[in-house]
Write a protein that binds this ligand. Structure first.
Ligand SMILES: NC(=O)c1ccc[n+]([C@@H]2O[C@H](COP(=O)([O-])OP(=O)(O)OC[C@H]3O[C@@H](n4cnc5c(N)ncnc54)[C@H](OP(=O)(O)O)[C@@H]3O)[C@@H](O)[C@H]2O)c1
Length: 278
């Protein structure tokens, strides 16, 4: 049995792909009703904040896809539960984690990675670049004003589609042996700036879409106004400032080498989500 710890963008797609392969897959969800009834997926009610529910979901599990908002206490409790249950392998969804990052959640990812490694469980780390799906947050502005702002400046980002992150996680969960103890850095096929993204929106949507640079404070305010909690908006704005400095300007072959097919392009992402931006 493969347990996926949440049913967000990566978790729900990884569950779908594993079920499609006929593998037994279980998804833990706080609100199972939000997920409908995905074919071939056993959805169990649980909360990462309640370790007893994690222990129930962990029964009979051999492999875990550990994906969540990555609160260290929650994910480390999942690791402890996996050890107690005799799990063989954990695929950990992480980011460009480092102990000295200025962004608290990247330091938190390092704490989780270190706890997982120290647990003695088999593990694979997926240190993903920024998700293309983050740009869905810009959809209301693009739809309403034909433009969007960002404090990413001219920085290029090797953005990856969460569907590819899910596919990589599912592939490794299905056959972990070759990936034990490995760290991958999944990205898309190209590193693009937000001005490049505006050009792709223009081509695919068939109308001019403009990019407008924002300061850190303007960026944070825009995210708070869009409904994000102040702390999250602050960390997102910090990440965009790092993008401007070239922090995420990296591309790898990890997606094609693990999946045997190219990673999705940003253009493909916009084509597939065109309705949201229109
Ligand atoms: N965004 C990026 O650019 C980026 C880049 C690299 C790595 N990452 C990493 O990707 C991970 C996030 O993956 P994602 O995008 O798939 O997440 P997501 O779409 O934001 O979904 C998060 C899921 O977690 C569930 N959840 C939250 N708290 C929970 C709890 N206490 N118990 C059970 N479920 C809970 C949510 O369910 P509810 O519906 O109940 O809220 C939701 O389904 C993070 O580790 C992040 O660091 C992100």
């Amino acid at each position: 049995m493969i347990l996926i710890t949440t049913g967000g963008k990566v978790g729900a797609e990884a569950a779908r792909l594993l079920a499609e392969r006929g593998l037994p897959v279980r998804l833990l969800a706080r609100h199972p009703e939000k997920l409908g009834s995905p074919a071939g997926v056993e959805v169990v009610q649980g909360d990462l904040e309640a370790p007893a529910t994690v222990d129930v979901a962990m029964k009979g599990v051999s492999t875990v896809v550990l994906v969540s908002p990555a609160i260290p206490a929650q994910e480390l409790a999942v690791v402890d539960s996996a050890v107690r249950a005799g799990v063989d392998h954990v695929v950990k969804i992480t980011s460009k984690a480092s102990a000295d990052s200025p962004i608290p959640r990247r330091r938190g990812q390092t704490e989780i990675e270190n706890g997982l490694i120290a647990s003695g469980l088999g593990y694979t780390l997926l240190r993903n670049n920024a998700y293309m799906q983050n740009l869905l947050m810009l959809a209301p502005a693009i739809a309403a004003t034909n433009g969007f702002g960002s404090s990413a400046g001219d920085g290029r980002v090797g953005m990856v589609d969460t569907r590819d992150v899910a596919a990589v996680a599912a592939e490794i969960a299905a056959s972990p042996a070759a990936h034990r103890g490995r760290t991958y850095w999944p990205t898309g096929p190209e590193s693009i700036s937000y001005a490049d993204a505006a050009a792709v929106f223009t081509t695919v949507l068939g109308r001019p879409i403009t990019f407008r640079p924002l300061t850190f404070e303007e960026q944070k305010r825009a995210m708070v106004d869009a409904g994000l909690p102040e702390v999250i908006a602050g960390m997102n704005a910090q990440a965009l400032s790092l993008f401007a400095e070239g922090d995420s300007d990296w591309v790898t072959d990890d997606v094609p080498s693990i999946l045997g097919r190219p990673a999705r392009t940003f253009e493909q992402f916009v084509v597939d989500h065109a309705a949201a931006f229109s």
